[in-house]
Design a protein around this ligand. Sequence first.
Ligand SMILES: Nc1ncnc2c1ncn2[C@@H]1O[C@H](COP(=O)(O)OP(=O)(O)OP(=O)(O)O)[C@@H](O)[C@H]1O
Ligand SMILES: [Mg+2]
Length: 397
Amino acid sequence: MIRPPRNPFRPGVGLQPEYLAGRDAPIAQFRRVLEGTPDIPGNARITGLRGVGKTVLLKRLQEVAEEMGFATIATELEPRHCDEVTFHALLTRQATELAKRLSTMERVRQAAAEAVNALRRMATVTFEGFEWSLAGDLDRATHDVAALLLEVTEAALKAEKRGLVLFFDEAQVLVDDKSATGSHPLSSLIAAVSTLQKQGVPISLVLCGLPTLAVNLLSARTYSERMFRGFKVDSLGFEDASKAFTEPLASAGTITADPDLVTRVVSDVEGYPYFIQLWGAELWDAANDAGTPQINVAVLDAIEDRIHERLDLDFYEPRVESLTPAEQDLLLASAQCTYPPLAVAELNDASTKSNDNVNVLLGRLVKANVLYRPRKGQYLYTAPKFREYLQRRTEQA
Ligand SMILES: Nc1ncnc2c1ncn2[C@@H]1O[C@H](COP(=O)(O)OP(=O)(O)OP(=O)(O)O)[C@@H](O)[C@H]1O
Ligand SMILES: [Mg+2]
């Protein structure tokens, strides 16, 4: 049996595309940031909308760090990690695994938790011949994180690495509790890394997530803004978006696309990487089904509805199906408002709910990462072209 050629497009979550378009500049910049460490502490904050290519870029940056000789720890955070205890348990596990991978000294190979306990009792720590205080004015949680990170960085150095780079994806889930007794996982992490960096410890922090992350960082620590090099992952410009579409076709080598079609796809999807992969995958299948080696605008016209159905099912619906009916109602009402941004005043008029209720629901939609609040009274959707999706839903209803 002759198998049909493999579809060269990769619509999905964090799936490495055949061709990584338009990210040479941030990759080069990141390399420079790491190159300057530890003399200039190098941390990065990567933000962008859903499906714009953050995870894929983050994985590439991790490879870059490893190529440069750094040890790395990469984690995709989940909402439960917002709790300090769970977050610390995760860090400990990751640290232990890395220490094992580096297979250095016996002391390091022991459970990292033991090391933390030992360090907790010490007022000072020796690092590269210097003795410095861990205790200082650090609170307990921050101290524990700093001690753990110091331990792994030492393990990395002993394994002849240049230092340690920590990568956290979906980092918008780390939110500090406003009460003094609550969890402060984000502040602890930042303070721990900053303390170590001030002592010249070669450690770097890369936080990646939805634009909410930038907002959270601002409220976590006043100095956090200056601590991170900001990278905004955005939709691709025309040329890069075209390449994201044509390069996978070229590498597969069996199907070509009309220039008109390329222009139309790029403009329909506004250069958003996930959409390019999805449109490409569907067009590829359609061409194969029809047995044609050339795809054109007519093929796209014929399957456009099907593409939108898959888009809604795969990309948008998983984000709204866990919401309550009231939250979903408010989202549908928001599609009648002008955008961007979504103004609360206008939403209050468009919704049948009381202003107080609207406010509560907006707060919950932010927590669910469907919206974020760039400034007071204004909201933005975290997924691109989300308003069009809501309008399609309204039409269907
Ligand atoms: N630079 C790029 N060129 C081509 N395709 C890309 C590029 N970046 C991402 N993609 C594709 O876009 C899709 C989404 O990528 P990715 O999962 O990295 O996005 P994300 O921003 O992490 O999304 P989310 O916010 O949902 O986690 C994947 O199918 C991936 O293959
Ligand atoms: Mg991602």
